[in-house]
Write a protein that binds this ligand. Structure first.
Ligand code: HEM
Length: 526
């Protein structure tokens, strides 16, 4: 018996075809609108507001020009080290600035970015961005997910306010002082290793590697109470992921770019998963113990876990999920060691280059400590060291840029920045701008910070190594303390000079790093 007549079946097939056609048209029109029409509308609006920039192509935006190979002259070692690094690390920005000025639009794929190297404009943006108008760019949240997840550095809105409020007490003076001993111990162990090498006649070493490992150990112990062995595992995997995600040019902002490099995306995802599992194990065992760290003070993980204790929670508060806990740990593990290690590494390089400053710092340490072991009160008196610290953060800012995204239309002075527009604040560009700092902008002159916390910069927003506004770096006091401890201990034990094998070629790999390491020659002091 026939259930459907032939004509009914034909009508059903036709209907199905129309449905499919409708579905595909709808899907493609959505994609077209999302990745083409909306960006074009944003571009028109920005141009109407007076922002120009290099013309983008679809779907790469300006990536082709950004990734164009430039003949970077690997600088001659040591004798010709120049601190004029902006056009080396951001050649495309240096080029575009000549044509379009210090504020212009460029495109990462189909994502509009407002490039900013004008502190006055940044000031206006910053004061217009109170509340929740500015957040972190979705394109980076997605791209850097395996690295930071929804940790403090990436999260926005109420979640950011909530998490920052919980985390801030971990950086109180009491907690920082309690970390002092651990920082000294880790560093002393590292330096004992250096002394052993020297007793075997080995005087040259790549200090970047050593300092980075030490900084990772310090953050693992002080913030999470993690054993050296577990800390090392997390550290190695994070390093592998960083190199995978940021070492080569990628199609950030290009629609479906992850599908275009499936192997890389899969590897990054796998590494992210392995780190998450390791951290989850650590979190669970801390939960079983007690939310207090072993030495009685509340470290970062202790605070996060205590916050999750039902007995201490307010009725309106939400519990932090395991996902959030893992993401915060990842964020702090990475953010907490890499930048500090780089600041120290660049410092050692420059102290090798300017022995008069090495001598001045050594004398200051001697004067402040009177030959006694360092303590936290002494650190505050190391003022010349603080000038050097600031000058390093100016010339070789470990965080070379800061980004934001307009979460709604934002009025900045006379212009409206449309919702969805990203901002790229070129920290290196501002720190090397002669109109802000004078003709000696590319010289190493720590004394410029002697009488001014801004180093004599003509605009207070021209020096922003730790970002600005409410989202200023939460770890800035911790990092300065670690910097002073590690540097003091090194300078008291060794003299530093630069190895003739050193090649000066700073590169951006998320942070600003020496691409070929920093081989130094060390000698024990009498
Ligand atoms: C020389 C060392 C450091 C530099 C140059 C540095 C730089 C920065 C910058 C520029 C920002 C602002 C990012 C933005 O606004 O988008 C930031 C935020 C942050 N930093 Fe640091 N940082 C350093 C050390 C540290 C340390 C030691 C930690 C942790 C122990 C840390 C944790 C964070 C976190 C969690 C944020 C996000 C804060 C928020 O959005 O509320 N940083 N850092």
């Amino acid at each position: 018996m026939e259930v459907f007549s032939e004509s009914t079946i034909q009508a059903l097939c036709l209907g199905f075809r129309y449905l499919l056609l409708f579905f595909f048209s709808f899907f493609f029109s959505k994609i077209f609108s999302l990745f083409w029409l909306s960006p074009v509308a944003v571009r028109r609006q920005l141009r109407r507001s007076g922002f120009d920039g290099p013309p983008p192509t679809f779907p790469l935006g300006n990536l082709t020009e950004m990734y164009k190979k430039v003949d970077v002259e690997i600088e001659a070692p040591v004798a010709c080290i120049s601190h004029n690094i902006h056009s080396t690390v951001f050649p495309y920005f240096a080029r575009w600035r000549k044509t379009y000025g210090k504020v212009f639009i460029y495109w990462l794929g189909t994502e509009p970015f407002l490039y900013i190297a004008d502190p006055e404009f940044l000031k206006k943006v910053s004061s217009a961005g109170l509340g929740k108008k500015w957040g972190k760019p979705n394109v980076f949240k997605n791209d850097r997910k395996p690295m930071f997840g929804n940790g403090l550095i990436m999260v926005d809105g109420d979640d950011w306010t909530h998490n920052r409020h919980i985390i801030a007490p971990a950086f109180s003076t009491t907690n920082l002082n309690a970390m002092f001993g651990m920082m000294v111990d880790s560093t002393t162990t590292m330096l004992d290793g250096w002394s052993k090498f020297m007793s075997m006649g080995i005087h040259e070493m790549d200090v970047e590697k050593e300092i980075t490992r030490n900084a990772a150990e310090i953050i693992a112990k002080t913030s999470f109470g993690i054993s050296e062995e577990n800390g090392k595992k997390v550290f190695e995997k994070l390093q592998a992921m960083q190199s995978m995600l940021f070492k080569s040019n990628r199609l950030v902002g290009v629609p479906f770019s992850k599908i275009l490099s499936p192997k890389k995306s899969y590897k990054a995802w796998m590494l992210g998963k392995e780190i998450d599992e390791l951290l989850l194990e650590i979190i669970n065992s801390r939960m079983e113990e007690n939310s207090e760290s072993s030495n009685g003070q509340q470290d970062l993980l202790g605070l996060l876990l205590a916050r999750n204790d039902y007995k201490k929670m307010k009725r309106t508060e939400r519990k932090l999920s395991s996902r959030v806990l893992v993401d915060e740990c990842k964020t702090f593990f990475f953010g907490g060691h890499e930048t500090t290690a780089l600041a120290l590494t660049w410092t050692l390089l420059l102290l090798g280059l300017y022995p008069e400053w090495q001598k001045a710092l050594r004398e200051e340490i001697k004067e402040v400590s009177g030959g006694e072991p360092l303590n936290s009160d002494m650190l505050a008196k190391l003022t010349k060291m603080e000038w050097v610290w600031n000058e390093i953060l100016r010339l070789y800012s470990p965080a070379p840029n800061v980004q934001r995204q307009a979460k709604e239309n934002v009025v900045v002075g006379e212009v409206t920045i449309p919702k969805g527009t990203n901002m790229w604040i070129d920290v290196v560009g501002m720190h090397h701008d002669p109109t802000l700092w004078g003709d000696d902008v590319n010289e190493f002159k720590p004394e410029r910070f002697k009488d001014s916390i801004n180093g004599g910069c003509k605009h207070r927003m021209g020096f922003v190594p730790f970002g600005f506004g409410g989202r200023i770096c939460i770890g800035r006091n911790l990092t300065l303390m670690e910097y002073k401890i590690v540097l003091s201990l090194i300078l008291c034990k060794f003299s530093i000079s630069i190895s003739p094998t050193y090649v000066h070629s700073p590169e951006i790999m998320l942070s600003l790093r020496p691409s070929q390491g920093v081989p130094l020659i060390l000698h024990p002091l009498e």
